[in-house]
Design a protein around this ligand. Structure first.
Ligand SMILES: Cc1cc2nc3c(=O)[nH]c(=O)nc-3n(C[C@H](O)[C@H](O)[C@H](O)COP(=O)(O)OP(=O)(O)OC[C@H]3O[C@@H](n4cnc5c(N)ncnc54)[C@H](O)[C@@H]3O)c2cc1C
Length: 461
């Protein structure tokens, strides 16, 4: 329990709320997106503004509590919370301000991707981000952020112009290319290691209606489709974001009943432009392929494709993740994928290969902390099931799948697709030659490693 007098004083200093185990809303508030993770913090400071964040950092530091920083709470291993410590919960900080002339958006750290897409879509603009609208923009951005628009406009961090940060000593700084540029460099991929980001300024791009949606084939055609996709993607126009997946059709509406539970190879696409151009862009991928089971591509507002998967993946299910950066997909790798995908232990479990090319490759390896600019895909294998009883089978399947395909992959992985049991070597492989520079920035801004509930980069010696 917190020291009562200190907790009372802290509570009085907050505009937001301090939630403790004795409070009625404690259990609801501490829940994370991943139902496999069940953490019991001593206190959750739901901050209302920057002043609250400063008070929370100072309280956590002086009380010697482990501190977790929570944006959307979507992190796989639940690094947005901590046992017996303080959660700095930013989810109530939801301001978004679009500047349509400068084509920028200022986003408070509690926003979800959906909050940002909603606000910017009104102006026909968007920032590249992930594929589920309930994901927190903060955690997604700080480890990179990839999605449908990345081939044309880069990662989310490639569009990060400024960030406001509360540092470990409670001081407040703004980072930009001109001010504290070393910190901005580290925030562009280095995760939540360097301070509590209270707001982000992003570059926006013209995106309004898109031609988007899934095409799904019987998984028995997956070899042909994956081979075609690996040849097609590098030559495809960058307006097209398209990932390939191996999974099952979920047994619920809107899917046709006769397809429920069937194994599929999925091509999920989003073309930023008119339907006719999108069809032309996709033709070399689709021409001559077997007839798909379903093709639901249509013209829709960009926020619609961004939230298309939300209903399938509500909060609270069991998730176990493994990722890798992938450079190429030789036939032997495809065979390994097919063998493992044939053993999925649950209807929701999946493998996705997200493109990492185009604009992402045009940023230098040392220009941001996100080092792996020469990958072609960011792969994720996720064992997912609503039933806590199935946590073991989905975890086992994910690990076995990863073991089978990892020899074909690069050494590192997207940190946002890592659990917390992968070890320091994985993180070093992910950051490569940028690791030493990240450790030096960490030493400058957080020498005592106050912010260590994350994929931790320890301060250099
Ligand atoms: C269903 C699903 C789909 C996904 N799809 C994609 C995708 O398409 N593309 C993609 O790039 N990623 C994707 N992700 C991964 C996602 O980016 C990560 O899970 C990310 O960590 C979520 O951010 P959050 O703010 O919701 O997480 P939280 O759990 O709130 O935070 C995660 C970590 O981020 C750091 N952090 C959060 N907020 C701050 C802050 N304000 N200041 C400093 N540090 C902070 C902390 O270290 C914290 O531990 C997906 C995740 C899920 C669950």
């Amino acid at each position: 329990m917190l020291h009562e007098a200190a907790a009372t004083k802290f509570k009085e200093a907050l505009r937001g709320t301090l939630i403790q185990p004795q409070d009625a809303d404690y259990d609801e508030t501490r829940k994370l997106y991943n139902g496999m993770i069940d953490k019991r913090p001593l206190a959750i400071a739901r901050c209302a503004d920057v002043a609250d964040v400063i008070a929370a950092v100072n309280f956590g530091r002086t009380s010697k509590l482990p501190i977790a920083i929570r944006g959307g709470g979507h992190n796989g291993p639940g690094l947005g919370s901590v046992n017996d410590g303080l959660v700095i919960d930013l989810s109530a900080m939801k301001g978004v301000r679009v500047d349509p002339v400068a084509r920028t958006v200022r986003v408070d750290a509690g926003c979800t991707q959906g909050d940002v897409d909603h606000a910017t879509h009104a102006f026909g603009l968007a920032v590249p981000a992930g594929i589920i609208s309930t994901t927190g923009i903060a955690g997604l951005t700080l480890s990179g952020g990839h999605g449908y628009l990345s081939r044309k406009f880069g990662l989310t961090i490639d569009n990060l112009l400024e960030a406001d940060v509360v540092l470990a000593d409670g001081s407040f700084v703004t980072t930009s290319k001109k001010e504290n540029s070393d910190l901005l460099w580290a925030l562009r991929g280095g995760g939540g290691n360097f301070g509590v980001v209270t707001s982000f300024l992003f570059q926006l791009h013209p995106v309004s209606d898109v031609f988007a949606g899934p095409i799904a084939w019987d998984q028995q055609h997956a070899r042909t489709i994956m081979q075609r996709y690996r040849e097609f993607l590098p030559k495809a126009p960058e307006e097209l974001g398209a990932f390939v997946g191996l999974k099952k059709i979920v047994s619920s509406a809107p899917f046709p009943k006769e397809l429920w539970g069937q194994r599929i190879c999925l091509l999920m696409s989003c073309y930023n432009g008119p339907e006719a151009d999108g069809k032309k862009a996709l033709a070399p991928m689709l021409d001559g392929l077997p007839q798909p089971w379903l093709n639901w591509m249509a013209t829709m507002p960009y926020p619609a494709v961004q939230s298309m998967f939300d209903g399938l993946y509500p909060k609270g299910m069991q998730w176990y993740w493994r990722g890798d950066f992938v450079k190429s997909l030789p036939d032997a790798a495809i065979e390994a994928h097919l063998a493992q995908a044939a053993k999925t232990p649950s209807e929701l479990s999946l493998m996705h290969l997200y493109p990492i090319d185009g604009a992402v490759h045009r940023v230098g390896r040392a220009d941001t902390a996100w080092n792996c600019r020469d990958a072609t895909w960011s792969m994720v294998i996720a064992g997912i099931d609503p039933d806590p009883q199935n946590r073991e089978p989905v975890t086992r399947w994910t690990k076995a799948y990863w073991d089978a395909v990892h020899p074909f992959d690069l050494g590192g992985a997207y940190p946002n697709f890592m659990m917390d049991d992968e070890g320091d070597a994985r993180l070093r492989a992910t950051y490569g030659e940028n690791y030493a520079r990240l450790a030096a920035v960490k030493k400058k801004y957080d020498p005592a490693n106050l912010f260590r509930v994350n994929h931790n980069i320890r301060p250099s010696a």
